[in-house]
Write a protein that binds this ligand. Structure first.
Ligand code: SAM
Length: 216
């Protein structure tokens, strides 16, 4: 697996996370509510989810391959641990496709926020999530997903041209929920969310927010 380093994107993302819209923050809170025990978060970015873990979560192992983002996540983790010492947050280097030994399971949940759009290999990532979970453990997702119609056409066009290079490998037209259900997870709940009005040509507007359970 080649290293995941996007120096320009990571700085843009870091800025964006300091100006995150309230709707996205509410999505993060919904993503994490009700979690408990040990959680694996992959592609944790700057650690934007960390403040929203419920106190019932005992440990979060946060994997982040990009050095700039990982350093920010470590600072965010230290801040959260000071405010909420009941939840230990460990930030480690690694990728979804090849999880490091530091991220050894079993976990009660795996959290994916805006990351399955960016990984190089979705099936390998979901297989790693499946292996890391205890039987019955939950995959929590908050992801950009493919849509149909004219906006689906916009997604395909941007994915084939500038988007992945400009935005750290992000692909807007992935059938991520289909991939999750095809990877040994059964649906628990699901909600379609829009990040922008229907008329706006924003390829990342369609978001899937939900829970799937390891089926075996
Ligand atoms: C759009 S950012 C989202 C960050 C964070 N999850 C959030 O919700 O703010 C995408 C993240 O996926 C990470 N990423 C990209 N490829 C990855 C891979 N193969 N394995 C794990 N993380 C990856 C990036 O470094 C970045 O942190």
């Amino acid at each position: 697996m080649p290293p995941v380093e996007h120096p320009l994107f990571s700085r843009v993302w870091s800025w964006a996370m300091r100006h995150e819209p309230g709707d996205v923050v509410r999505g993060r809170i919904e993503l994490l509510e009700g979690l408990s025990g040990r959680v694996l978060e992959v592609g944790a970015g700057t650690g934007s989810n960390f403040p929203h873990y419920p106190a019932t979560v005992r440990e979060v192992v946060a994997v982040e391959p990009d050095r700039v983002l990982r350093e920010e996540a470590a600072v965010a983790a230290a801040k959260c641990e000071t405010a909420h010492p009941e939840t230990r947050i460990r930030v480690v280097d690694g990728t979804f496709e090849a999880l490091p030994d530091d991220a050894a399971g079993p976990f009660d949940a795996v959290v994916c926020a805006l990351v399955l759009c960016s990984v190089a290999d979705v099936p390998a990532s979901l297989a790693a999530a499946h292996d890391a979970l205890r039987p019955g453990g939950e995959l929590r997702y908050y992801e950009h997903v493919a849509t149909d119609g004219w906006l689906g056409g916009v997604q395909r066009a941007v994915d084939a041209t500038f988007w992945p290079r400009a935005f750290g490998g992000c692909h807007t037209h992935r059938d991520t929920v289909g991939a999750i259900h095809g990877a040994g997870f059964e649906p628990v709940r699901h909600r379609d969310v829009r990040m922008a009005p229907r008329w706006a040509p924003v390829p990342i507007a369609p978001i899937a927010l939900g829970v799937a359970r390891r089926a075996d």
